[in-house]
Design a protein around this ligand. Structure first.
Ligand code: AMP
Length: 292
């Protein structure tokens, strides 16, 4: 199958497209990805197409957000298949820069976001969110996008990017898109490809445990007891290690013990070679409905 998507690898070529669009008064959306695309990524592209006149999908496996060299080396790279998956969704440009374009030898800048990047995945993946913030800032500057689309699947990342964009007065609107899941609740992830058939059967236990925490919170139970039970449940299901299960205030990611406003239950756990993450919302009864 041939694709009509223009693939661009240099900043100059990208700017050529964007400058023309902006001159014509068209809005530009960007969907940053690391490739190995699945229906979760495609939901972001759909949201971007609905909202913006022009859509850029970026594809760059960002070495700065991997804290382990073996994890970076193993990350799936499937550019041609990605292009074919994207074609029916009609983005205007696939921007797939080289490592040298993104990080030339002389590169020496790091964007580091405090507060929301601490704890949760930040505690288990040192430097990860600095790498994310740095590459996303570069992608924003390169694409000059008006709107950027990120998945709630990586909820802490979404909050880090919201904070950074606000703090640095970057003129881009951040849109969060709900997590796309398999029928059994497993959040779609490029890392699900690492699971064996047996592990794939176990994997939905993470989502089930997080949902149980959310239900318990709504019933008025304390977070500490619910999360301790969830960790036991995830281990019991066959995960080999649980990095965390925590309840946080939805916007600030401040730890909370009781459900008062909108909260998120977030978890990360190891299943075989894969580190799976997921999160679900929890709303107090009075505020429940409509946002779930
Ligand atoms: P990645 O390629 O893993 O860096 O992800 C690129 C974007 O896709 C990020 O904004 C992710 O949050 C988003 N994403 C990944 N998986 C999902 C999913 N299952 N549902 C919605 N968005 C997702």
């Amino acid at each position: 199958m041939s694709s009509s998507i223009v693939t661009v690898r240099t900043i100059a070529d990208l700017r050529g497209h964007v400058t023309g669009w902006k001159r014509d008064g068209e809005s530009v959306g960007v969907v940053p990805t690391m490739g190995a695309l699945h229906a979760g990524h495609l939901a972001l592209v759909e949201a971007a197409k609905q909202r913006c006149d022009r859509v850029i999908v970026t594809l760059f496996v960002n070495p700065k957000q991997f804290e382990r060299a073996d994890d970076l080396a193993a990350y799936p790279r499937t550019e041609e298949a990605d292009r074919q998956q994207l074609a029916p969704y009609g983005p205007d440009v696939l921007y797939a820069p080289t490592g040298e374009t993104m990080y030339p030898q002389s590169f020496a800048t790091t964007i580091s976001v405090g507060g929301v990047s601490e704890g949760l995945c930040g505690a288990h993946r040192p430097g990860h969110f600095d790498g994310v913030a740095t590459v996303v800032t570069k992608l924003f500057m390169q694409t000059q996008a008006d709107v950027a689309f990120f998945g709630e699947k990586d909820y802490q990342q979404l909050q880090v990017i919201r904070r950074m964009t606000s703090d640095l007065d970057i003129p881009v609107e951040i849109v969060g898109v709900p997590t796309v899941r398999e029928a059994d609740g497993l959040a779609l992830s490029s890392r699900n490809a690492y699971l064996t058939a047996a592990e794939r059967g176990v994997a939905p236990a993470l989502n089930r445990a997080l949902c149980r925490v959310a239900e318990g919170l709504v019933e008025g139970q304390p977070a500490s007891k619910l999360t301790a039970d969830a960790i036991e449940e995830i281990r019991g299901a066959g995960f080999r290690d649980v990095d965390y299960v925590e309840v946080r205030e939805a916007g600030t990611l401040r730890p909370i013990e009781r459900l008062e406003g909108e909260a998120r239950v977030l978890g990360a756990a190891w299943l075989g070679k894969a580190r799976l993450i997921d999160n679900v919302p929890a709303f107090p009864r009075a505020a429940a409905g409509g946002n779930g």
